[in-house]
Design a protein around this ligand. Structure first.
Ligand code: ZN
Length: 85
């Protein structure tokens, strides 16, 4: 089988945080981010861990942000004279 050079993986760009598609043959090489052109070393292993962590972390942050927004909306409705410090 000679399909290994077609295998790709995704890694989060350390600069802009977006997912960058990288060819497996470029593992360990310096690659350029497709979004912000930042250069970084491609490493699939760290991506695997970071990706899972970031997914959970992102979900938690979204839930927290949503709750805060709801609380702030409730406060704003409860007291119209509330001023934002
Ligand atoms: Zn980037």
């Amino acid at each position: 089988m000679t399909s290994s050079h077609r295998v790709r993986f995704t890694q989060s760009c350390p600069v802009c945080g977006r997912r960058v598609e990288i060819r497996a043959s470029l593992l360990g090489c310096t690659v350029a981010c497709q979004h912000c052109n930042a250069e970084f070393v491609a490493s699939a292993q760290s991506d695997g861990c970071q990706h899972i962590d970031r997914s959970n972390d992102l979900l938690a942050r979204v839930e927290t942000a949503l709750r805060r927004a709801e609380e702030q909306a409730a406060v704003a409705q409860g007291s119209e004279k509330q001023t934002i410090a």
